[in-house]
Design a protein around this ligand. Structure first.
Ligand code: 3DU
Length: 211
């Protein structure tokens, strides 16, 4: 069953908690990124933890190994269950994120290719494939791959085998959940859910079409 991950990119704490609570029966995890944490503070993690869903920190960590270690220690100490990190920084820096995640019993996912149009500028031409290979080499739990390009998901799947693929870009960015859900382990959905008139109804709808 493909997971449904809510990308909670809203800026108000009360609204974020209300949306998360109403969607909780239909989702498998919540992804929290800079918008929500910068607007509300890291304490949002404790507020969301009450829902009992895994919390993924989408901080796209991309620094030298020591700084990556400090960031990831803070992420897991705050109560997150997983972290998303960039792979283009190289194996030592990416491996640090994986090691910190695993030392806390958590998971680390490496961005192999992004979903927006401009991502093709640097990720195409073999880079995404090399990052996927790096994700395998550093024992990451999986990769992030673009729902806007299902053919790229298929290609990256060849490299990472059974590791997890989480895929953003469904809905607002144009990705088709029907086409993507059967290729990945989880679809990441933000605006289509949280900006809907009835977020819970949209989450419920997406939870039914995922494979
Ligand atoms: O487009 P949406 O509103 O469904 O949100 C997608 C989320 O996933 C958002 O937080 C964005 O920062 C994140 N994301 C991508 O969209 C594409 C990537 O390659 C990686 C993360």
């Amino acid at each position: 069953m493909t997971e449904l991950i809510l990308s909670l990119d809203v800026l108000d704490k009360t609204e974020a908690c209300a949306i998360a609570k109403s969607c909780a029966p239909y989702i498998d995890a919540i992804k929290v990124g800079y918008p929500l944490v910068l607007a509300t503070g890291l304490s949002i993690v404790r507020d969301l933890a009450d829902l009992g869903l895994p919390l993924i920190a989408d901080f796209k960590v991309a620094d030298i190994p020591n700084t990556n270690r400090l960031i990831c220690e803070a992420v897991f100490s705050a109560g997150f269950d997983a972290v998303i990190a960039h792979g283009f920084v190289g194996p030592d820096a990416a491996r640090t994120c994986v090691e910190v995640a695993h030392s806390h019993g958590g998971a680390a996912y490496i961005v192999a290719e992004m979903s927006h149009p401009g991502a093709t500028e640097f990720f195409h031409g073999g880079v995404a494939e090399r990052i996927a290979e790096l994700a395998v080499a550093v024992r990451a739990d999986g990769i992030i791959a673009p729902a806007t390009r299902p053919e790229r998901i298929v290609r990256l799947r060849e490299i990472i085998g059974k590791k997890t693929i989480y895929s953003p870009g469904v809905g607002a960015q144009g990705g088709d959940p029907d086409a993507v859900a059967r290729l990945v382990d989880g679809i990441i959905v933000g605006r289509s859910i949280y900006a809907a008139e009835d977020p819970a109804a949209e989450a419920e709808r997406l939870s039914r079409i995922r494979r």
